[in-house]
Design a protein. Sequence first.
Length: 267
Amino acid sequence: MNDQKVFFGSNIKFMRERTKMSQEDLAGELKIKRSKLSAIENGQTKLPSAEDIINFSAYFKISIDSLFKIDLSKLGGLKMRELEAGNDVYINGSQIRVLAISVDKNNKENMEYVPVKAKAGYRAGFNDPEYIAALPKFNLPSLPEGKTFRMFPTTGDSMLPFPDGCEIVCQYLEDWESLKIQTLCIVILKGEQDFVFKQVTLQPDGLLMESYNSLYKPYVVPVSEVLEIWQYYSYHTIEIPESKDIQNIAALLKEMQSDIRIIKTNL
């Protein structure tokens, strides 16, 4: 026997209140009686008509399955914005951000590596277990257990001092609302920019993306354009740090500070 709980009535009430509408307003928009809407919201109508169901779904732009099967009031603000932006778990035919992983012979998660040449394909196959299983994979003994990690290459100079071509190890971020201000992340986008390595801040209108390099201006990406977020853990590079240059800069800064103190003393 199916004991699936039905949330249709409570969801209609939740969405009406979320959009700051009275029962009279919504009933007028959908051309139904206020008493009928009240009965639906309070669960007094066990089986609304097919026409009413379709009209509610079209008006709120949320799938019929979601209206019936998901308690929308329990979703966080970000997931609600995803639903309203069209990222509906049932409209898309799969759960939001289903993560495909691969494991070794001991059933331990691998860390997959996504090389530059695979970046375009990753966007299409990021939730395909067969595609993920075909990626290069390895393990790092220092990584915390029970977490999912993946390695991505960087390109360009927008995140200097991270050098161009270094490899970024990231932890999969399932709850985007847990992002702190300016969290370093690899963000997988739907558009032409497959991977973006930025400082990420969650805002009401999307994700604010900021570079370390001030020559690159910040911009906002709508949540609906984001496929995955991977939080920075470590990076690896074959470049040798230019210690002499750093030491010379530090020495120059000390000289400048000393000169400034002398000038202030003579004022």
